[in-house]
Design a protein around this ligand. Structure first.
Ligand SMILES: [Mn+2]
Length: 643
């Protein structure tokens, strides 16, 4: 027994693994360890103490859990005894680079041990029972260079049921919204109008089948299997979004680690689901709401989602059946908007505690748009706009005498805001004072207050306030595409498409919006650990585009350098910068609006007018699309390291 090969494969200075200097001391051994190893490919390393070393096999799918399953096990070099207790991160680039954790450890008895066959009984916490390793005929493997063995267990694992195959999802019965009085115990789950699937995960590998049992290939979910490690699970979900960039919303559980979950009441299945690590870049638990069906249906309709499924809290999962325990309520045609009606008394218009003075004052002379019209715009878009403002410090841009007269930026509203306007004290480096009391606008009253100030434009940063006034890291990356002299939003649209292609290569999705001015923006919902990540990412991408087509794109702010080019302004990701809020008016000649658009509209844009929308266009667009930027609230993408 020798550790020569083990030492030869490792650089003592770079790996945290134990590399003992001395020779192994032969002796009886009865300990084992199984490590879960997230190397280039996830596998489990089974190591048995023998003759002073650990005889080792790499098992790509882990130990079999039933006697009918045979697993490949590749014999690897003997490891030192010290490895019984090793866990840690082997640096990328080193042999076996990746995270290694102890999956199980314990003792074992040897029943048989020869060069062709090893039979052991493992006694661990997770690994128990009799296991047989048999070297394959081609085991000496000169062709593959690999020492291949087959591994099976004799006898079922005690108390475990096999993970089922060939099952189909449970279906809901369509029906009307139950009356509020008919208060059955219901959990409401929003439907995204996608494709129902079952996801079977075993040995760190996921298999996805559709509602007819056909297997689907979904490259975006390739990391879902490894992320669950050895957990055996059968999930019910919905693949939503564009077919080439789907998101998986997981709504139910059929099996977990050797136990059939179908007979359990929904409530218990849901709490088991919530205990699993199922929050990935492209997969999440579907949100559910206990009770409040009418509100959930209304909110789903608002978001343009097709239906909501009500699951009876106590009901089992019935695979392949259309069951009365699940009720599918269509959000139907868009319900009549619940417009917040302003009240008029005397010469004053009121919305809650906000009052609008001089409602007939014309703020856009070219179109005759009055202050009352501005208020009506903000009330018409309130439902889709407010979520974009929530918990963000708002900068107001005010045109007290209309858009043909001067305007001013206002961050600090402490002097005049009524006490019912929430404010947040936020640093303003380079500003007149170190900090300012920014308004927070979270309801229609707040919007009406802003309208009364002739604050036509509301600007927000790419981050939200956290508890006790702290900053959260940014949750958005913004690419502001600004057409230089001699170019238009048509050129911006072409650059937007290039950015989208570039992002798609990294499995990232961005959402387009007009600026309401000359250009447009792309928003990328993200989750980051360092605040600078979003700026760095946007800057690197902007530089890349400018390098590739220096005649068309610039990443430099200087006006003179922008002639004939689109300026990809990455600097708005700076935490001290702001961008026009979605659905805000602009203080331009006409009441144009920063309007979310579809990628089809971006691709079809041939004339600048194709991507210009005014306040009059918005109600119909919202009725048709809901909030096209709603994914900014649910999708959390991780940024790759660039360069
Ligand atoms: Mn390994």
């Amino acid at each position: 027994m020798s550790l020569d090969e083990y030492r030869r494969k490792r650089d003592v200075r770079r790996t945290p693994e134990p590399v003992p200097a001395g020779d192994p001391q032969p002796g009886p051994g009865h300990r084992f360890v199984i490590q879960e190893h997230h190397a280039r490919r996830l596998h489990w390393d089974v190591r048995l103490e023998r003759d002073g070393v650990l005889a080792s096999w790499a098992v790509p799918k882990g130990l079999p859990t039933d006697p009918d399953t045979v697993r490949l096990a590749v014999r690897t070099e003997d490891h030192p005894i010290e490895y019984l207790e090793f866990s840690g991160e082997i640096p990328a680039g080193e042999y076996g680079g990746g995270a290694m954790t102890i999956w199980d450890a314990g003792t074992y008895e040897t029943e048989k041990w020869n060069p062709r066959e090893v039979i052991v009984r493992l006694r661990g916490d997770r690994a128990t029972g009799r296991f047989v390793f048999i070297r394959t005929e081609r085991g000496s493997g000169r062709d593959t260079g690999k020492d291949n063995w087959l591994l099976r267990r004799s006898g079922p694992a005690p108390g475990r049921e096999p993970l089922p195959r060939d099952v189909l999802p449970m279906l809901a019965t369509p029906g009307p919204l139950p009356r509020a009085g008919d208060d059955r115990d219901l959990w409401w789950q929003v439907g995204f109008g996608g494709r129902r699937v079952l996801v079977r995960v075993e040995g760190g590998r996921a298999t996805i089948t559709d509602e007819h049992g056909a297997e689907l290939s979904v490259p975006r979910l390739r990391d879902l299997g490894p992320s669950l490690g050895a957990t055996q699970v059968l999930l019910d979900g919905e693949l939503a979004g564009p077919t080439d960039r789907p998101e998986l919303w997981i709504g139910d559980l059929l099996h977990l680690d050797g136990h059939d979950a179908c007979p359990l009441p929904f409530q218990e299945r849901r709490s088991l689901l919530e205990g699993l690590p199922l929050d990935g870049p492209h997969w999440k638990l579907a949100p559910v709401f206990h009770g409040g069906g009418a509100e959930v249906v209304a909110a789903a309709a608002q978001q343009g989602l097709p239906s909501v499924v009500a699951k009876d809290a106590g009901s089992p999962y019935e695979p392949g059946r259309r069951s009365a325990h699940w009720l599918e309520v269509s959000t139907g045609p868009e319900p009549a908007r619940t417009r917040r009606q302003p009240r008029h008394d005397g010469g004053v218009t009121r919305v809650g505690r906000a009052r609008l003075t001089n409602p007939q004052k014309v703020l856009y002379p070219l179109t005759g748009t009055t202050k009352a019209d501005v208020l009506n715009h903000y009330l018409a878009v309130a439902d889709v706009m407010l979520p974009h403002l929530r918990d963000r410090a708002v900068t107001l841009v005010r045109w007290p005498d209309g858009v043909e007269k001067p305007s001013f930026f206002e961050k600090n509203v402490s002097r005049h805001a009524p006490e019912w306007i929430r404010t947040a004290r936020v640093g303003t480096p380079g500003g007149r004072s170190e900090k300012a009391d920014f308004p927070l606008i979270d309801d229609a009253e707040g919007l009406a207050w802003a309208a009364n100030l002739a604050a036509l434009e509301l600007h927000v940063p790419q981050w939200r306030l956290g508890p006790r006034g702290g900053h959260q890291p940014p949750d958005l990356v913004v690419f502001d595409l600004d057409p230089g002299e001699g170019t238009t939003v048509v050129d911006c649209a072409r650059v937007a498409e290039r950015i989208a292609d570039r992002l798609a290569a990294d499995d990232l999705v961005a959402y387009p919006r007009t600026s309401g001015g000359k250009g447009m923006q792309l928003y990328l919902p993200v989750t980051v650990t360092r605040a600078e990540q979003t700026s760095e990412f946007a800057k690197a991408l902007a530089e890349e585009l400018a390098r590739e087509t220096p005649g068309r794109v610039t990443d430099v702010m200087a006006k003179a350098r922008r002639r004939g080019k689109v300026f990809v302004d990455w600097s708005q990701n700076n935490p001290h910068k702001t961008t026009i809020a979605s659905y805000s008016l602009r203080g331009r000649a006409r009441p144009t609006v920063a309007t979310p658009v579809t990628w089809e509209e971006v691709r079809a844009c041939r004339r600048p007018e194709d991507l210009v929308f005014t306040a009059d266009d918005l109600p119909a667009r919202i009725a048709e699309h809901g909030d096209l930027l709603a994914p900014l609230f649910t999708l959390r993408q991780r940024l790759p390291r660039r360069g």
